[in-house]
Design a protein around this ligand. Sequence first.
Ligand code: OSB
Ligand code: MG
Length: 366
Amino acid sequence: MKITGIELRRIAMPLRAPFRTSFGVATSRDILVLRVVTPEGEGWGECVAMSEPRYSSEYVDGAVEVLKRFLIPALPDNADAHAVKRAMKPFKGHNMAKAALETAVLDAQLRARGESFGAYLGADRESVPCGVSVGIMDSIPELLDSVGEFVDEGYVRIKLKIEPGWDLAPVRAVRERFGDDLLLQVDANAAYTLADARHLAGLDAFDLLLIEQPLADDDLVQHAALARRLTTPICLDESIESAEDAAAAITLGAASIVNIKPGRVGGYLEAKAIHDLCVAHGVPVWCGGMLETGLGRAANIALAALPGFTLPGDTSASRRYYDTDITEPFVLADGRLDVPTGPGIGIDPLPELLRDVTTSSEWIKL
Ligand code: OSB
Ligand code: MG
């Protein structure tokens, strides 16, 4: 497939409510959207990098820079997703930028042959059960109201963001209010150290599905040490940037569950490789999120329908974050979202909505 040009578009998406994590508060999302154009049609890729390098070292201006300066110029003449992945490999890091480009190419390629992401990746379900990530709040009553709304909407699993000072008490309050049957987990975004092991063991009383990324991104050894001191399973997010990282984490005993985010690992091909590795090791996986628009959400839902995704993901509906999405919204039905079946990611941005949120756009002719 010959790529004739790429559009780099920046959009500003206001969030319905501030989203607070241990690394900061977001009130809107500044997103880079790629559109690759080929003689056979186009393809879309959403870059999940955030405005500031707080979740990981990537940030959206940096993604634009590395794409324009290194990744796009390295595109092979005959671009399919695997060839694009290989061509980008010599450039270290920048997985979110790489994922956006690879995804746009894969979308174009699959649209051209009429195959859906789900079919290509190996989805074996028509819909997926959905969880929701609930930010840190100012008070426990506020948190209970928020969790109550999500439970009423039908979400089958709740994930609470935690940090030092906001951990045992909110978890206890949610457990007491919503009962032992609620599927509940927590995500620390690397906010603790091994010195907190005894405190974190206090979470063991609440029968959590998992604790996500309690310690630093680059510290598999200490996660393994923590795992020996908790009964709550440890799940890694930030630490896993490749299949090699996942293999190391599993071997060390640093993770017994893996959160797979295509952006963090450099694309859907690597995401699928991590899924396959985890299945081979009996390690459950689930699909994480990065406050995606409908474009990124569509592809994530396809991934979440693979057989190894045995835990509900952060694949929430469009209205979790946005009053108005740039695609037809994803709407929760019975706690589930349907896997798109159309060619490629199976959904298109709605031109007027996309135009309304666009802050800049650049065309790179190849
Ligand atoms: O750690 O999973 C995370 C959002 C932004 C950055 C990191 C994370 C998150 C979430 C929300 O938890 C995921 C979502 O609902 O899209
Ligand atoms: Mg996380």
